[in-house]
Ligand binder design. Structure first.
Ligand SMILES: Cc1cc2nc3c(=O)[nH]c(=O)nc-3n(C[C@H](O)[C@H](O)[C@H](O)COP(=O)(O)OP(=O)(O)OC[C@H]3O[C@@H](n4cnc5c(N)ncnc54)[C@H](O)[C@@H]3O)c2cc1C
Length: 509
């Protein structure tokens, strides 16, 4: 059995938890950069009046993303920060015109697409222009011989995968947010799909980009070969740059023939640590089944199993898939894992993109979020214990759980979920969120884990980035930002980079 092509969501891409009627208030304490009328008129002249929005609803919606803490704010009619104006160009030339005009007027520009980011990365922290990229929505070409896709940045994931399937291909990129996130957003945040052990993360799939610089100049980067030795990899400079170094308008990605065959299995092991060992050994033997997912005992409870549950799924050529699943079964048998009912995998497949529990938890007044950390096999058991134990010890803790969501020969990603009770009021909820998040970041630092595997940094992780990168690497990033965006107009606050529009050392709280 292989993954079913998704049904495209059509126009229903709204950020969860609608704002109440009426004007919204801003939560972030930053002086908003005014957008002069002359700039609005110039944007209308370049893009057409329909592509320029200044109404309250558009500016408020563009002022938030899927950072779960801000859903609590939304319930109270509060967004992080209104945009001054929202613009929606449909091609690279339009994006270039927006950036040229913004540079001339010294007005900040925050690129945004699906706004499914969970770190506040698409929030226009200092106001200014919200650059909505979702009108760049065309699939430009599929090269069958070379298995390469050329696609505009604003195409949503479900639309893309459905169209690829009708043509006999798959990208193999299945983030849980596939229906609310775009190609450009994936690239800007170094996204990972649930099938990443076979197909890779988005940074493994990308071959070339078109990037618009802060001054409006356009630079195609990469593309000539599947791998090159033509100096540093400039494609990867922009992958993960979260709209702070340039705007991605289209990309060339590697695709695969649509899978005609698939298999899956579920296994039970007594502990999370034992499950990690099974995954490590599978990968060590060279097997790369598409999905390798280990639920800790708390998350396994939803499958009525007491212990940890390992879900494995592969798809593609039958010879390869059968070999992968044979390796998995060998390793699981050696570890005395219990083979569980296939229904567990079917249940996971049926609900893997369902996030309705988030809204219910927020409405119940809970503070909830997820954090994904990456580390080597040597540290993962300790990282799991430290993070879950530390979270459980904080006041108000309801639950702290994890699953291993992505695996490599040298390590993996642990995806933690936490839920806390909190007193009423936004200040109380912000304080609970901050203390939980800080505890996770502290555990990452103490164990030597990376502070993000695929959500990115945005504004809610930005204060932790300098230490996570180390002073030398962080100074390099600041220098690159300055070279590519000397006026600092691109996405103030993202990646915690210094900005002329923000006080020194600004953080969201
Ligand atoms: C329910 C849910 C599940 C999720 N599951 C996953 C998952 O499985 N895997 C995963 O990787 N992520 C997941 N995410 C996080 C999110 O979907 C990803 O970060 C995604 O890559 C964001 O894409 P977007 O189009 O929504 O970008 P946005 O949220 O609009 O923007 C994110 C960042 O990218 C920048 N940006 C966007 N487009 C461009 C562009 N074209 N050029 C330059 N910068 C740009 C923005 O400025 C911002 O900094 C999930 C989120 C939710 C809400």
């Amino acid at each position: 059995m292989s993954a079913e092509p998704p049904e495209a969501a059509g126009t229903d891409r709204a950020t969860a938890l609608a704002l109440p009627d009426g004007p919204a208030a801003d939560r972030l304490h930053v002086a908003q950069v005014a957008v002069p009328d002359s700039l609005v008129r110039a944007l209308e002249a370049e893009l057409g009046a329909d592509a320029v929005r200044v109404d309250e609803h558009s500016r408020a919606e563009a002022g938030r993303d899927w950072w779960p803490l801000t859903f609590t704010w939304a319930l109270n009619g509060v967004v992080p920060m209104h945009a001054g104006v929202v613009v929606g160009p449909a091609d690279t030339e339009g994006v270039a015109a927006v950036l040229r005009l913004a540079s001339e007027a010294r007005v900040p520009v925050t690129p945004a697409a699906g706004r499914s980011g969970v770190c506040g990365g698409a929030v226009p922290v200092a106001g200014g222009i919200a650059l909505d990229l979702t009108a760049l929505d065309r699939i430009l070409d599929v090269d069958d011989r070379s298995l390469r896709l050329h696609v505009q940045a604003g195409v949503f994931g479900d639309t893309l995968e459905a169209e690829l399937r009708t043509r006999g291909y798959t990208l193999g990129h299945w983030p849980q947010s596939i229906a609310i996130s775009t190609v450009g957003g994936w690239l800007a945040c170094r996204s990972a799909g649930q099938y990443s052990t076979r197909y890779g993360k988005i940074e493994d799939m990308v071959r070339a980009l078109t990037v618009v610089h802060a001054d409006g100049s356009v630079a195609p980067v990469g593309g000539a070969g599947p791998r090159t030795a033509t100096g540093p990899d400039l494609v990867q400079l922009f992958v993960g740059s979260e709209g702070a170094l340039g705007v991605i308008t289209d990309a060339v990605l590697a695709v695969h023939p649509a899978p005609a065959y698939g298999r899956f299995a579920a296994y039970g092991v007594p502990t999370f640590a034992a499950g990690l060992q099974v995954i490590r050994r599978v990968l060590r033997r060279g097997a790369t089944p598409a999905v390798v997912r280990l639920l800790d005992p708390l998350e396994a409870l939803r499958h009525n199993y007491s212990g940890a549950v390992l879900i494995v799924l592969d798809e593609g050529d039958p010879v390869i898939v059968d070999a992968m699943m044979t390796v998995v079964d060998d390793v699981a048998t050696d570890a005395e894992a219990e083979r569980l009912d296939d229904e567990i995998v079917r249940a996971w497949l049926g609900h893997r993109n369902d996030v309705s529990a988030l809204e219910a938890a927020v409405r119940a007044g809970w503070v909830v979020d997820t954090v994904e950390l990456a580390g080597t096999w040597s540290i993962l058991p300790d990282l799991y214990e430290r993070v879950t134990r530390t979270l459980q010890m904080l006041p108000g803790a309801i639950a702290a759980s994890a699953h291993c969501s992505h695996a490599y020969t040298d390590g993996g990603c642990l995806y933690f979920t936490f839920a806390f009770e909190s007193g009423p009021g936004l200040d109380a909820k912000d304080a609970v969120w901050r203390s939980a998040f800080a505890a996770v970041m502290r555990a990452a630092r103490e164990t030597g884990a990376a502070i993000s595997h695929h959500h990115g940094v945005g504004i809610n992780r930005s204060e932790y980035l300098p230490e996570a990168l180390g002073p030398g690497a962080y100074a390099d990033l600041v220098a690159i930002k300055h070279a590519l965006d000397p006026l600092g107009i691109l996405n103030p606050g993202a990646l915690g980079l210094p900005s002329p529009f923000l006080p020194d050392g600004w953080s969201w709280a």
